[in-house]
Design a protein around this ligand. Structure first.
Ligand code: GLN
Length: 501
């Protein structure tokens, strides 16, 4: 294996080479750094990369630790001590983190090397990275299309072999949707399974960090390290963490999978619909029983989310006032002028829209009509899922109703963009876990293959079950081996890499 083909490996393959001393951790980092230098100008996945700092960790990496010597790309709303943490926003353009988020500490304790901060929609608000104040990340399958969002940088980095694996954050789908649009695996853990300490808050009752990887096993390997209680996050769960990777490989005979009656009318692209229908048939052929379930409040999901998420965001973003850190307007005439200009200059249009919307739904005259009512419907949605999970082990759907769209194609209509979150949002509203994995392709007018993601939802703390189903599907199909045209070597070469697992 040549150095230039190293970045094509997945985490499990890389671990093997590191442990057999075929390569060293610094060599891996250098190869990855070269790959980034070569391809990232076209992709725009990274906002910053600190090779020197990472090399220091690589030189002392113990390859026998769970993720020893494995570089992991980090979404730029997660704090890594000494690194920038821009959140894709002008308001934090010059900010540097003073501490490690708990997920970063856990990665480091497991021997992993946080390497590079990835692009995102400003403060993780969006579905395409077009709301990043820096640039839009390209989709490695077709550079004129979006990589999804808000963790689009992490997704593109993994899909273009600029990262072995990455962390994203998921408030309404931001790990799973970009994973779907770029043909990789993205897992949103149960609310509280992974600590939020040090993750820049968007909507605190919905946010979770999750792994974005080239396959299901890698997602399990990362979750093993990320999951667990944390004294610094009072919402983190105390339940013991199973060995997710060790639990892979059980068959799925007799498991019951729910197809949602109300999903039929949700504007699903016809290719996506067909690809997912074939995937569901495949799950049935593996012995799963497909059952129709009803989630009667599906139509309210998007509205409820955009009331609650904006309400929470308006409170969370109040801290960016130019006093303690971040951008500060020059020569303010008064305190009010200082706040107004700092925030007007620092935030982009989507963030402003959400702060205004969130402030409105929390204002005294409208609190009951919007915020309080949304909370009630959230509870009804939670009950819908509780009832569904009495009948089935997991719920199955597309991850996104459409494949990757052209850059600029949906910018003009935020509502269209919001509506595309229909399948992913419920996991955040109800706190349950979800995963997206590649299940086939749609096609652009120009004939490019555009990945389609299969979405599985499981009940709270049932990540091991989701991974079991996803792994069974993946291992009996070829989709995860399909590589984007901007992966190492481009189309076709992947097949000639030696299989190391
Ligand atoms: N697309 C959703 C939004 O814009 C979800 C974002 C996220 O999960 N961070 O809010």
């Amino acid at each position: 294996m040549t150095a230039s083909s190293l970045p094509a490996l997945n985490v499990a393959e890389l671990q093997l080479l590191l442990r057999q001393r075929e390569v060293s951790a610094p060599e891996v980092l250098s190869a990855l750094h070269e790959r980034i230098a070569e391809i990232d100008p076209a992709m725009g996945a990274y906002l910053s990369v600190d090779l020197e700092g990472a090399l220091k960790l690589a030189e002392v990496a113990d390859v026998n630790l769970p993720l020893g010597g494995v570089p992991v790309a980090i979404k730029d709303n997660i704090n890594v001590a000494g690194q920038p943490c821009t959140c894709g926003s002008r308001i934090l353009r010059d900010y540097r983190s003073t501490y490690d988020a708990t997920v970063i500490r856990r990665l480091k304790d497991a021997g992993a090397i946080p390497f590079g901060k990835t692009n995102l929609d400003e403060f993780a608000m969006g579905s395409s990275t077009e709301n990043s104040s820096v640039r839009t990340t390209a989709n490695p399958w077709d550079l004129s299309r979006v990589a999804g969002g808000s963790s689009g940088g992490s997704a593109a980095a993994v899909a273009a072999d600029e990262a072995f694996a990455a962390l994203g954050s998921d408030t309404g789908g931001s790990v799973r949707q970009p994973a779907s649009l770029t043909g990789i695996v993205g897992l949103k853990p149960t609310y509280g399974r992974v600590s939020r300490f040090g993750v820049t808050a968007f909507a605190s009752s919905l946010d979770q960090v999750g792994p974005m990887t080239k396959n299901v096993r890698d997602a399990a390997l990362l979750l093993n390290v990320l999951a667990g209680s944390d004294a610094q996050d009072s919402t983190s769960l105390k339940e013991a963490v199973p060995d997710y990777a060790a639990l892979l490989g059980r068959d799925i005979r007799g498991l019951r999978l729910g197809v949602v009656k109300e999903h039929a009318g949700q504007g699903i692209d016809s290719e996506v619909k067909n690809v997912v229908a074939v995937a569901i048939d495949h799950l049935a052929s593996l012995g799963a029983e497909i059952v129709e379930v009803s989630l009667p409040h599906t139509d309210y999901t998007v509205a409820v989310y955009y009331v609650l998420a904006t309400a929470e965001a308006s409170a969370n973003l109040a801290r960016f006032d130019g006093v303690r850190y971040g951008h500060r307007a020059e020569r303010p005439q008064s305190l009010l002028d200082h706040y107004q200009r700092t925030r007007a200059e620092g935030f982009g249009p989507e963030v402003k829209r959400r702060i205004i919307l969130g402030t409105y739904v929390l204002s005294s005259g409208y609190y009951d009509a919007y915020y309080a009512r949304a909370l009630k419907i959230r509870e009804l949605i939670r009950r819908d899922f509780a009832r569904a999970f009495e009948q089935v082990d997991a719920v199955v759907s597309p991850t996104s109703p459409v494949p990757a769209w052209k850059m600029g194609g949906r910018q003009a209509d935020p509502l269209q963009m919001y509506l595309a979150d229909i399948f992913t949002i419920p996991a955040n509203l109800t706190g349950i876990c979800g995963i997206s994995l590649p299940c086939g392709f749609g096609h652009s007018a120009g004939g490019e293959r555009l990945p389609v993601g299969l979405h599985l939802l499981g009940k709270a703390l049932d990540e091991a079950r989701l991974l079991q189903i996803a792994y069974a599907y993946e291992q009996s199909t070829q989709w995860h081996q399909q590589r984007s045209s901007h992966s190492v070597g481009g189309v076709g070469e992947a097949a000639s890499f030696p299989s190391l697992t």
